[in-house]
Design a protein around this ligand. Structure first.
Ligand SMILES: Cc1ncc(C[n+]2csc(CCOP(=O)(O)OP(=O)(O)O)c2C)c(N)n1
Ligand SMILES: [Mg+2]
Length: 571
């Protein structure tokens, strides 16, 4: 880094300094200089996809899998607007991305004509991005460009949310001033600081409640991933000896094969042993759990406030009062410093599947969704280093019953739940962390971004994709008035995979699925397994979710406004 350098050179130097090695993107004329500045020889490795949503989801998967910033470069307008949905998902689920967009140069903007790719005004795209980013700037001033970029990156890291930088095409080669403090900076980004006195007091109060409890429970949420507290959480759970559950969004935050892990808590539609254990709980410690309808099975949390502590969004709610400026990481670390009374509960893992039994199922055709999940669980138990990626649709709920050993991992967009996430996110994640992805994806979702799998060989990735083929948008069939509106065209998924450079299989029963998985595991290229499931068959959690939602929609309005224990409905 030098005192004066072109903005393009500065970007490469700056990103290198913060440890970024990859950029995801698709070029366009208004971003061409930017794209080639970032991707010039010995700069960043550029990963391109077929369509901007693929780029965005891949960068998101990359960031989730590594806890690094996922960097994106797109063109203005057509490209930038295509990217809004993935970025909104990353904003919603606290994933750090940095989006660079090109834009028209100063001279073009002075012409007074509309510029191609423009929607309303030249500034419109920036305005749209303000809604889905934590910080954003259009870099137009060479004197301040370096500091402005740095300010956005610091915010992205501190808030673990996307940031947006627009660079007009005539700015890339302009010389800019780089302040000494950036040249001397060691490249380390920092989390937001907590107020140490509040952390300590919140921890003391929490520990007193915990030590007085007889049946405590720990629930792990998404912030455990985002603020990198997973190791400390294991230590805390082992010191407490209490059962640990994960939320839908937090699945994978605690090792699924740990003896204290009980399974996924999704409110009243959790597996019956989890519902029963929650009913007995006299203390619930929620660490990093967002209060979302997804986490609570489509209804408000029925947790008694005077028995719970809730640490999320930089605040800790203890009973009826709140400590602000307390990050979950500092809070967990403070808890660990205290004397904790160790419980010795024997925890039994609970799911919605009836054991691993698929015996006798080999002949049932089409494959039952619960059989499919059992076969996948058997496969994961035998082949440990897989990253399971669950797609929105029935598999978002089906995936909750999968148990991935700790050498692997689990990834899903569990709350924003955009279809199209899984395949590109899996590719981005594999580039980032090296684990081979096993993607569970509905046929409808595959038709959105599944063809991005054809990019995998070029990027050195080889996911195994299970296309759960029920011939349509199956999750809505139980409530559809006109089922024909949920049909989708049949694609030859296995053949397409072969034409695109991978291997393809069809599975009509559990035995065929087992052998297809085995063959896919052996294959060095990506694999698509077209699994024919019953048109009306859905995973156990989806069935419960739909039933609970139907029941709620029939409940009288007065009953719906508040939770059983008086908590307001989550917003
Ligand atoms: C981008 C986007 N569009 C629409 C939806 C609404 N949606 C949720 S699930 C679903 C159908 C899923 O169909 P498929 O992928 O085949 O999964 P299935 O439920 O049939 O297993 C739709 C349309 C969504 N979540 N995301
Ligand atoms: Mg489907």
């Amino acid at each position: 880094m030098k005192r004066r350098m072109t903005l393009g050179d500065f970007l490469v130097a700056y990103l290198g300094k913060i440890g970024v090695r990859h950029v995801f993107g698709i070029p366009g004329d208004l971003a061409l200089k930017l794209f080639f500045a970032l991707g010039r020889q010995q700069a960043l490795e550029v990963l391109t996809f077929s369509h901007e949503p693929g780029v965005g989801f891949a960068a998101d998967g990359y960031a989730r899998a590594t806890n690094k910033i996922g960097v994106i470069c797109v063109t203005y307008g057509a490209g930038g607007h295509n990217m809004v949905n993935p970025v909104a998902g990353s904003f919603s689920e606290r994933v750090p991305l940095l989006i660079f967009s090109g834009g028209p140069g100063e001279e073009e903007r002075k012409l007074g004509t509309l510029i191609h790719h423009q929607a309303r005004e030249v500034e419109s795209q920036h305005r749209i991005y303000k809604e889905v980013t934590c910080a954003s700037r259009v870099l137009t001033d060479p004197r301040t460009a370096a500091q402005e970029l740095h300010a956005v990156v610091c915010a992205v890291w501190a808030e673990q949310r996307p940031g947006y930088i627009e660079i007009h095409r005539d700015m890339v080669d302009r010389e800019i001033d780089v302040p000494d403090e950036l040249i001397e900076w060691d490249g380390r980004l920092h989390s937001q600081e907590s107020d140490a006195r509040k952390v300590e007091e919140a921890a003391r109060e929490t520990v007193a409640m915990f030590n007085a409890s007889r049946k405590p429970v720990l629930i792990a949420g998404i912030e455990i991933h985002r603020y990198k507290v997973a190791h400390e959480l294991i230590e805390l759970a082992e010191k407490m000896g209490a059962p640990v559950m994960a939320t839908v969004l937090g699945k994978g935050a605690f090792p699924m094969d740990h003896p204290l892990y009980m399974g996924v808590h999704i409110g009243p539609i959790s597996p019956p042993p989890i519902v029963a254990r929650m009913d007995q709980a006299d203390f619930v410690l929620n660490l990093g759990c967002l209060r979302t309808d997804m986490n609570f099975g489509n209804r408000p949390p029925s947790i008694i406030l005077d028995k719970s502590v809730w640490a999320v969004d930089r605040r800790v709610d203890v009973k009826y009062h709140t400590y602000t400026d307390v990050g979950v990481r500092d809070f967990v670390r403070a808890l660990l410093k205290h004397e904790l009374r160790k419980h010795r509960e024997t925890v039994v893992y609970a799911s919605n599947l009836n054991g691993g039994a698929t015996a006798g199922a080999a002949l049932s055709s089409p494959v039952k969704v619960s059989e499919l999940l059992n076969v996948v669980n058997d496969f994961l138990a035998e082949n440990k280093r897989y990253l399971v990626v669950a797609e929105s649709g029935d598999m978002l709920f089906g995936g909750l019953d999968l148990r991935v050993p700790h050498q692997g991992n689990y990834l899903a967009q569990g709350f924003y739940a955009s279809m199209g996430f899984a395949v590109p996110a899996a590719i981005g994640a594999q580039v980032a962390c090296g684990l081979r992805p096993l993607v569970l994806c509905g046929d409808g979702a595959f038709q959105m971004t599944g063809p991005e799998i054809s990019q995998a060989p070029k990027l050195g990735a080889n996911p195994i994709v299970l296309v759960v083929n029920n011939g349509g948008w199956g999750i809505f069939r139980p409530v559809a008035e006109r089922r024909e509106l949920l049909e989708i065209p049949p694609w030859p998924y296995a053949r397409l995979a072969q034409d695109w450079g991978g291997v393809g299989f069809e599975a009509n029963n559990a035995a065929e699925l087992r052998s297809a998985l085995r063959a896919a595991h052996q294959s060095k290229t990506f694999a698509v397994i077209d699994v024919h499931v019953g048109r009306d068959d859905l995973s156990p959690v989806t069935v419960k979710y739909i039933k609970a939602a139907a029941k709620r929609s029939q409940a009288p309005a007065a009953e719906r406004k508040t939770a059983p224990h008086g908590l307001p409905r989550p917003t």
